[in-house]
Design a binder for this molecule. Structure first.
Ligand code: FAD
Ligand code: DLZ
Ligand code: SF4
Length: 511
């Protein structure tokens, strides 16, 4: 590629696959050069699931073609290219040396680690480096910081209402549509196996994806996860088709069954679009507007539309706000002082606990588990067993196709592990087997008995739950809902409390 007359060198990261992103919007296809690279350092920053790497590399390759179609000059460095330097900084340095641009332009990275790199480039390369905000998010980080200032507790619900007002989503006049902000109470039905379960569409790999699959198997064959079958969308058009299929088939029941769990149904009524939103193939505001249109046209109920929009303009923006407010120290939060190593079965799925086995097995197959599996099965187990939250964070970042630190870390450390002491979540998401039994059909096929609290056959979640309540009573007992549990525990006879402690200790010793 000619090195003549490059004004701006625009580096586009693997999760910036949006033609209107600020770095490209600020550029001129006639004078600027776009750089994209498949990098071993990124694929190994944690040992990402093979499917995630293949998805991202193929989506990046298709995006480079999309940009070329829009008139951009794109230098795309494949993983096996002779000129591949392995890291953002080295690759950029190499391109600067060859093209001699006047300046480098980037959109700010989503992750602290990469933003630190970006911040070092101007000095390192003695060149102006323009770092532009990522306007694909609906809440600028500065605005979030102002909203958070002076508040003792940050609660998603209040942030969410502000976001509804800011975006105008589901607002009639000055009021929330339907007279309420939140219909979550209507979203807690357990699913039944005889309901019609839509499946996300499967996209047959094209030649580009097939080449990437071969490359990933050769270079990352020892990473966690199954590469085949591969059916993710890797183009904007197919990601939109996947979203359309969700809207047509699953959205009407999204609200009702948002908290459900069902053996053999990895997706239920979930959208399976976080991987597309997080790398830029889908736009968060556009998908929310579309869902509002569906409700206004009478095609989906309000609890489904509101529930979906809340996840995106509420939770998704809220966790990102917390990430940028609290990093870098947030990553090492450990309010409950948990230090246990992550059990092997998080990688192998080899455990007699049917619910955990199902979550890990489908994670290995699909690089996907839905929210309640992440929160109430693998997350809940880790919380009750006292797993080191940082190690658990690395696991979640590794295993899901949608995992990026800005969204994964607050969900793991804050929401799931209560490791930030309640900054993000109002209470620890700790639950015994009774909750899992109520919301799922896993227990019927489990070697353990969900009704037993202690003993070798008892569901491990039960003794671990009460042991957790007892161990952390000083730290969690002020929460009204957990205080009630502490009182219940205190009413158990002394010998039952001893059996709980013994059962929990015996189980943990066997991990
Ligand atoms: P749906 O259930 O269909 O929800 C629609 C969309 O809402 C999602 O695509 C997502 O963009 C958004 N959303 C829903 N819940 C959340 C949430 N709690 N935080 C942020 N956005 C949300 N989400 C990620 O995108 N990446 C992660 O790495 C990630 N790690 C998680 C780790 C843990 C421990 C937990 C408890 C949750 C995590 N989540 C993460 C949030 C949530 O589980 C996923 O967004 C969701 O399961 C993705 O599947 P879906 O697209 O089918 O979502
Ligand atoms: C997640 C990821 C992976 C696995 N590989 C690449 C890559 O090869 N090239 C690239 O530009 N980006 C990749 N990414 C995404 C980056 O890690 C991502 O931009 C940061 O996590 C966000 O700060
Ligand atoms: Fe999970 Fe316990 Fe039910 Fe087994 S009995 S599936 S371990 S909740």
């Amino acid at each position: 590629m000619s090195s003549a007359a490059v004004r701006n060198l625009i580096l586009v990261l693997g999760d910036q696959l949006t033609p209107s992103i600020t770095s490209l919007a600020a550029g001129d296809p006639a004078r600027d050069l776009v750089l994209m690279a498949e990098l071993a350092d990124e694929a190994r920053s944690v040992r990402h699931h093979k499917k995630k790497i293949a998805f991202l590399f193929s989506a990046m390759r298709h995006f480079a073609e999309e940009l070329r179609g829009l008139g951009w000059r794109v230098e795309y460095v494949t993983l096996d290219a002779a000129g591949n330097r392995g890291s953002f900084t080295a690759q950029l340095g190499d391109a600067i040396a060859r093209h001699g641009p006047e300046r480098v332009v980037v959109t700010e990275a989503g992750e602290w680690r990469v933003r630190e790199m970006q911040a070092s480039w101007a000095e390192r390369f003695a060149l102006p480096v323009e770092i532009l905000p990522d306007e694909r998010f609906l809440c600028p980080t500065g605005w979030f910081a102002r909203w958070a200032e002076g508040r003792k507790q940050l609660r998603m619900e209040y942030f969410y209402r502000e976001m509804r007002r800011r975006t105008g989503l589901l607002i009639d006049g000055d009021e929330p549509a339907g007279g309420r902000w939140n219909f979550d109470a209507e979203n807690r039905k357990p699913a039944k196996a005889d309901l019609f379960m839509p499946r996300p569409p499967v996209f047959a790999p094209d030649a580009v994806t097939r080449e990437v699959l071969t490359l990933v198997e050769a270079r990352f064959g020892d990473h966690f996860g199954d590469l085949a079958p591969f059916g993710f969308a890797v183009t904007r058009g197919d990601a939109e088709a996947a979203f359309d299929a969700f809207v047509d088939k699953a959205l009407p029941k999204f609200g009702d069954y948002q908290d459900a769990l069902l053996a053999g149904e990895p997706f239920l009524y979930h959208a399976v679009i976080a991987l597309y939103l997080n790398c830029g193939l889908l736009d968060p505001l556009r998908v929310c507007r579309r869902v509002e249109i569906e409700w206004r046209a009478g095609r989906v109920p309000l609890n489904a539309a509101e529930g979906f929009i809340r996840q995106i303009v509420g939770w998704r923006e809220y966790v990102r706000g917390i990430y940028w407010l609290k990093m870098p120290s947030y990553a090492r939060s450990n309010f409950l002082g948990h230090t246990r190593r992550l059990p092997d079965f998080y990688w192998t799925g080899e455990t007699a606990m049917a619910c955990v086995r199902a979550a890990v097995t489908q994670t290995r197959e699909h690089a996907y588990a839905h929210h309640i599996q992440r929160l109430m099965i693998t997350g809940n187990f880790a919380l009750l067993a006292g797993i080191d939250p940082y190690e658990l964070h690395e696991w979640y970042l590794t295993v899901y196709a949608d995992a990026y630190e800005w969204v994964e870390l607050p969900n793991t450390v804050g929401m799931s592990q209560f490791a930030d002491g309640g900054l993000l979540a109002s209470k620890p998401y700790a639950a015994s087997g009774a909750y899992i039994n109520r919301m799922s059909d896993y227990c019927g096929g489990c070697r353990y008995d969900v009704k037993q609290r202690t003993g070798a056959k008892a569901c491990p979640f039960n003794a671990l739950y009460w042991d957790f309540i007892s161990r952390h009573r000083a730290k969690i007992g002020r929460n009204p809902r957990l205080a009630q549990m502490v009182r219940t525990y205190d009413k158990f006879p002394a010998d039952e409390r001893q059996r709980i402690a013994d059962s929990a200790a015996a189980f943990l010793a066997g991990l």
